[in-house]
Design a protein around this ligand. Sequence first.
Ligand code: AMP
Length: 206
Amino acid sequence: MLRLIFFGPPGAGKGTQAERVAKDRRIAHISTGDMLRAELRGATPLGLAAKAYMDRGELVPDDVIIGMVKERIAKPDCQNGYLFDGFPRTVAQADALLAITPIDRVINIDVPFERLVARISGRRMCDSCGAAYHVSTYDKGDCRCGGQLYHRDDDRPETVENRLRVYEQSTAPLVAYFADKGLLATVNGDARINEVEAEIAGILPA
Ligand code: AMP
């Protein structure tokens, strides 16, 4: 059983690294952002309720997110463990998570703040598997999985600034929170994808 959190600001590369580690370690990749986008596409009540927050770059209320995660980790594909990507984002979410499951490690992907806007605004995402690409290194319209790439509405500059502000205010305090619990390991996210992956592999339990 391996239970991880991939932590960092929007654009740090959490999703890219999470996908690789989850595949390699055969654990479930739980991205609350991907789950919310799937709810939105399905026009479910949860998706419709979350949309206004997401469009503004605000956080979806804690009780909605916590309920969604509780249900998710009870699914059979979580038996070997799981990796959270984009969750928890508030102290209340972290408290709720630790009350239902222990966590083995929090990987904090560190990228200088001034690099994030460029990384996010050039990002294109797959509408099928959720993989992320950057226009500077990949200029095709479709994903390797066959899905279509699109520019997320909330990756546009007007919203990105707010998302970064929300991160600083509500989510960044979790760095000290997890450090205090002895769970935090910080890696340099301002490097090539494979280099970041290697640094993470060196930290994770065998
Ligand atoms: P992400 O794909 O992780 O950047 O998430 C996209 C958007 O979904 C965020 O800007 C929030 O509006 C919402 N969201 C995703 N995860 C959470 C979370 N753990 N708590 C609150 N809102 C979230």
